[in-house]
Each structure stands twice: as structure tokens, then as C-alpha cells.
Design a protein around this ligand. Structure first.
Ligand code: PLP
Length: 366
């Protein structure tokens, strides 16, 4: 049985009629940028998350860049982010003219360790960008308390955490600004690029909107060094259909995580994802830790089981970030964990039989 790491076609097929209708509506209208679909989706997303404002943008990377720029962060500033995340988190910081400073993560959750922030601080530190990695929220209460004590901003990277929660609050609404990506493989994934920034701060919302729309305060009045970053009407129409199914799909992901946990429970040396009390994990990725990761991955590959590594290198080891500062005592957890993590197939239409096959194959590995 060939089990791909991911396959979007069944999910698309399931909603095909609704999607065709949504796209058709846009084609019939002949209005493709900044129209009624974007407005409707922004409203739907804001209502779902329980925030005042959602602003559609071009993609998740620019969502972070715009959130930082609208917060007044730029050249000469430093922004702390975890070393284990997708490169766009830190590339967005660079794009504002600021410098990323890499912090270490917690070994159990793989999210930013609030106790390791102090050593990243400098007089130039203006913000922290925690990442809700793999679908699990970072410890925002502790990170926010640290930020408040030092007068700096917290901007959440929610690209992997649509629908994740701490208590009854959604990721993206725990700090002042949340940044979303709708890249096709995300839990809420469009059929192309897309993103959004959410906030309850009126003033910030207005600046975010202006930054993403060429820095215009009104048509042909450019007051800010903005960029062209807008959610197009076709993606906004598709996202309206998909957002309705997000909670159900997240529940299916959680069920599959439970299957894995049951079937891999007693495998020695294998560490499974954790969900701290009060947190709702939405399993964008199902990431296990195993000391002989590369050999296990090769074994699964020979059984036609697709896996991936998120991410094979901590960001401070990427050439583009070579000149960036890191935590003063180093990044031992980030460097260790990137050798051991392995992402197993995880999507709503993954069957129980497939999960059984994957787990049997892991159990057979010696
Ligand atoms: C996907 C992702 C991004 C970037 O989003 P794009 O829409 O691809 O630009 C940023 N941060 C994290 C953690 C991501 O997973």
C-alpha cells in the first residue's frame, strides 16, 4: 500500500461542486482583487476567531512582514523568533530591515521556550514572533508576560495552527496580532497563495490594511512604504467554503493523532507529540522523535510510506541567517531535535487502515 506524505486531491474532490460554484461566482462578476469575496471572507474569519479585524493579504510570509512593519519595526531593530520553524518566519523579519535573533525551543512541545528569551534580549529588541509549530500553540501567556516586562511586541505566527486553542481562545488572538498563511497544505489551505493578519486593535488594523495595499490611505494617496500583498477574490471565495469545514477537519486530524498514539504507545525510544493541559493541538503535522531518525525514514520509504522532516536544520545554520545573533548560551535543543524529528502522514482523509500500516511498519523496524 502506497501512503503518500500528503495528497490534496481527495479533499478537493469532496468539495468540488461548492468550489466550482464559488469560482464561478467570481468569474461571473469579473472583479478579481479587493472585492466582495475578500470582504466576506475577512468577516467570516474574524467572527470564527472572535477578533474585530481580519485583513486578507498575499501569503503568510507577507502577513508577518506587514504585521511587523505596521508595528513600527524596521531597520536597526531586532526580533526574537524560534530557531526551529519554517524559514519564512525569519525571512519576513529580514524583509522589514530588522534582524532575527534565534531563541531555543522546549524539547517536549518544540515551541519557543519562554525561559530562554532573556538571553536573546538587547536594547534593539522590539518584538517576539512565537510560532505555533505543528498545530500546537506556543506558551503565549508566559511569552506575553516577558514581552510586557520589557516593553516589546508579540506577533503570533499562526501559519500551522488554524483552530488551535489555549483554553477557549484561538491561536492568533492570544497576543495583539496574529498572522495566518493559507498555503495549500495548511489546515486552512487555499488553492494558491493567501494569508491574513488578525487583530482587535483598530489603529493597527487600519495600518495593516494600508501596508498591504501599496501604502495607500486612500486611492492614489501613498503615505506608507507599503507592498502589494492582497488576497485575491478567487482564493477568498474558495476560503469561504473551506473555513466552514475547518473545525470538522481539525477533529479528524485529532482522531488520527489518537490512532497513532494508541498504536505507537509502547515503541521504545520513540517520543510522540504532547498536548499540554488546556491546549488544543490541531496536528498540522504529526511529528515523532526517534534517535535513529534517518534509518527509520529510509525503512518507511522502502515500504512506500511518505515522510518528511520539519525542519532538517535550525535556521541559524542556514546561509541566509549566518550573520544573525542567537541565544547567548546557544541553541542545544534546536540542534539536537532537528536530528530526531520525523513527520508522519497526517491529513483528514487518512484511513485507520493506513495508520495501522504505518504503525506496523514502525514497530517492525529494528
Ligand atoms: C507556511 C509558513 C509560513 C509562510 O507562509 P506562506 O503563505 O507560505 O508565505 C510562515 N511560517 C510558518 C511557520 C509556516 O509554516
Amino acid at each position: 500500500m502506497n501512503i503518500p506524505f500528503n495528497d490534496l486531491t481527495p479533499a478537493v474532490a469532496k468539495l468540488r461542486a461548492e468550489i466550482d460554484q464559488a469560482i464561478g461566482r467570481v468569474l461571473d462578476r469579473g472583479w478579481f482583487i479587493m472585492g466582495p469575496e475578500n470582504e466576506a471572507f475577512e468577516q467570516q474569519l474574524a467572527t470564527y476567531l472572535g477578533v474585530k479585524h481580519a485583513i486578507g493579504v498575499g501569503n503568510g510570509t507577507e502577513a508577518i512582514q506587514i504585521a511587523l512593519a505596521a508595528s513600527g519595526i524596521g531597520l536597526g531593530d531586532e526580533v526574537i523568533c524560534p530557531a526551529v520553524t519554517a524559514a519564512p518566519t525569519a525571512l519576513a523579519i529580514l524583509a522589514t530591515g530588522a534582524q532575527p535573533v534565534f531563541a531555543d525551543i522546549k524539547p517536549d512541545t518544540c515551541t519557543l521556550d519562554p525561559t530562554r528569551l532573556e538571553e536573546c534580549l538587547s536594547p534593539q529588541t522590539k518584538a517576539i514572533v512565537p510560532v505555533h509549530l505543528y498545530g500546537l500553540a506556543a506558551d503565549i501567556p508566559a511569552i506575553q508576560a516577558f514581552a510586557d516586562a520589557h516593553g516589546i511586541e508579540v506577533i503570533e505566527d499562526c501559519a500551522q495552527s488554524h483552530g488551535a486553542q489555549i483554553g477557549d481562545r484561538y491561536a492568533g488572538t492570544l497576543a495583539r496580532i496574529g498572522c495566518y498563511s493559507f498555503y495549500p497544505t495548511k489546515n486552512l489551505g487555499a488553492y494558491g497563495d493567501g494569508g491574513a493578519v488578525v487583530t482587535t486593535d483598530e489603529d493597527l488594523a487600519r495600518r495593516i490594511r494600508q501596508f498591504g495595499n501599496l501604502g495607500q490611505v486612500k486611492r492614489f494617496e501613498h503615505n506608507l512604504p507599503g507592498l502589494n500583498s492582497r488576497l485575491d477574490e478567487i482564493q477568498a471565495a474558495i476560503l469561504q467554503v473551506l473555513l466552514v469545514h475547518l473545525e470538522r477537519n481539525n477533529a479528524l486530524r485529532r482522531e488520527r493523532a489518537m490512532w497513532y498514539a494508541e498504536l505507537l504507545d509502547d515503541v521504545s525510544d520513540l517520543t510522540l507529540p504532547t498536548e499540554p493541559t488546556g491546549y488544543r493541538h490541531v496536528y498540522h503535522l504529526y511529528v515523532i522523535h526517534y534517535p535513529r531518525r534517518d534509518a527509520l525514514r529510509e525503512h518507511l520509504h522502502t515500504q512506500a510510506i511518505g515522510t518528511d522532516i520539519h525542519y532538517p536544520k535550525p535556521l541559524h545554520q542556514q546561509k541566509v541567517f549566518a550573520g544573525c545573533r542567537i541565544a547567548t548560551t546557544g541553541l542545544p535543543i534546536s540542534e539536537h531535535i532537528t536530528q530526531e524529528i520525523l513527520s508522519l502522514p497526517m491529513y483528514p482523509h487518512l484511513t485507520h487502515e493506513q495508520v495501522e500500516t504505518i504503525c506496523e511498519s514502525i514497530r517492525r523496524f529494528k
